[in-house]
Design a protein around this ligand. Structure first.
Ligand code: NAD
Length: 398
């Protein structure tokens, strides 16, 4: 089949298997070119392992630290007519490359919020991962969650709290900047967003793994969060998603106590704002990211998911004392939040319009990254060629 991008709103409904493979291989090559993470994890569980920050975490722990990895994700396989999702192709490529490199890689495709996936994970750890894991990465981003105890369905929303938020936003596809007005969330929407993107499920994971005695001594767990600049506070940090992130960050403190008998630790890493399937759904943020890319590339300090996560794990497993902020969080958003970077971003923000978008921002870089998420716009792929879309994930066939 010849596969072309089909963009609907902020999502692409097709994915190119060879483009996704090329994407995974280039991330692997980046990690292989860095110094090895010699004291790194041996057996890592990555929850949300198929795209974005979770995929980068799987690649860094596998190819940077030679860890066995178990990746959990929720992706769609091809039915022969429709392509699989990008995360499916990414996971297939990851496993194939891991096999060539002599790394054990297992995957589970299903709802990470469910008790059943947690139990299947534990079974695989006992059978294939030496019975214990020493790292749990929590990198889920989901619009909904079915609660495993009462089966209630919760939806997350991206809204301000308290008052209407008005700002500029860009339609990435046509480059038109318009004013957006977002009504504040009600209490139900705030609470449901906390249910979906807060820390309860992370805690359920650690509880289940502890109860099954599959966490090794000294086990680390890390979840990802975001702060960003003041200009996005109303929609992000002070909005519904920010409340969920506060809950996630508080959960880290509880998990630290639960892990203390194992001398284990729970961390929050505040990561940089980047183009991923999840971040492209947030209003206002794509325009901010396009400007941020422009400024960070100009200063030669731009990073993608793989550079960010390599830096995170290099710190986490270094012999040196881990640098944390006042709230106990790891800050790999340090370059994004540099005051000179943020001042320049704000100046461009004040001036940007549909007419000067291409000149003042890196909207091209944003779009390239967006298409890249789905395996398109890769320089080395011939998109006019037929490609097999029915690709298997080796460990899901066994
Ligand atoms: P993403 O959309 O690229 O990845 C989400 C992952 O979660 C995928 O592997 C997907 O399959 C998996 N997933 C979703 N629902 C699932 C379910 N029910 N069961 C199993 N797997 C499921 O997202 P991302 O941007 O990499 O986000 C990962 C984390 O990083 C989130 O917590 C996000 O808030 C955080 N973060 C993102 C940014 C950013 O700019 N993208 C910045 C800082 C922090």
């Amino acid at each position: 089949m010849i596969v072309n991008p089909k963009v609907r709103g902020f999502i692409c409904t097709t994915a190119h298997p060879e483009g996704c493979q090329s994407n995974v291989i280039s991330q692997i090559n980046y990690v292989k070119a860095q110094p090895a993470i010699s004291q790194g994890p041996k057996n890592a569980l990555i929850i949300g392992a198929s795209t974005g920050y979770g995929l980068a975490s799987r690649i860094v722990t596998g190819f940077g630290a030679k860890a066995n990895t178990l990746g959990i994700f929720f992706e769609k396989e091809s039915n022969g007519k429709r392509t699989a999702t990008a995360g499916w192709y990414n996971s297939s490529s990851f496993e194939q490359e891991a096999q060539k490199y002599g790394l054990l890689a297992k995957s589970l495709n299903g709802d990470a919020f469910s008790d059943s996936i947690k139990q299947q994970t534990i079974d695989i750890i006992k059978k294939d991962l030496e019975g214990k894991i020493d790292l749990v990465v929590y990198s889920l981003a989901s619009p909904r969650r079915q609660h495993p105890k009462n089966e209630q369905l919760f939806n997350s929303t991206l809204k301000p709290i308290g008052k209407t938020y008005t700002n500029k936003t860009v339609n990435v596809m046509d480059g038109i900047i318009s004013k957006i007005e977002i009504e504040p969330a009600n209490d139900k929407e705030i609470n449901e967003t906390i249910e979906v993107m807060g820390g309860e499920d992370w805690q359920f994971w650690i509880d289940a793994l502890l109860a099954a005695n599959v966490l090794a001594d000294g086990c680390k767990t890390v979840a990802y969060s975001y702060i960003g600049p003041e200009l996005t506070y109303p929609i992000y940090r002070h909005g519904t998603i920010g409340k969920a992130k506060e809950h996630l960050e508080t959960t880290a403190k509880n998990l630290n106590e639960k892990l203390s008998p194992l001398k284990g630790n729970a961390y929050i890493s505040i990561n940089k704002g980047l183009v991923t399937q999840s971040s492209s759904a947030i209003p206002v943020v794509p325009l901010y990211i396009s400007i941020l890319y422009k400024v960070m590339k100009k200063h030669d300090i731009h990073e993608g998911c793989i550079e960010q996560i390599y830096r995170l794990f290099a710190q986490l497993y270094s012999q040196e004392k881990l640098a944390l902020d006042k709230s106990g969080r790891i800050r790999i958003d340090d370059l994004e939040m540099r005051s000179d970077v943020q001042e320049e971003v704000q100046q461009i923000w004040n001036k940007v319009s549909s007419e000067n978008l291409a000149e003042l921002t890196d909207i091209k870089g944003y779009k390239d990254d967006f298409y890249g998420l789905f395996g398109f716009n890769m320089p080395n792929i011939d998109y006019s060629k037929d490609v097999n879309i029915d690709v298997k994930i080796p460990s899901l066939v066994d």
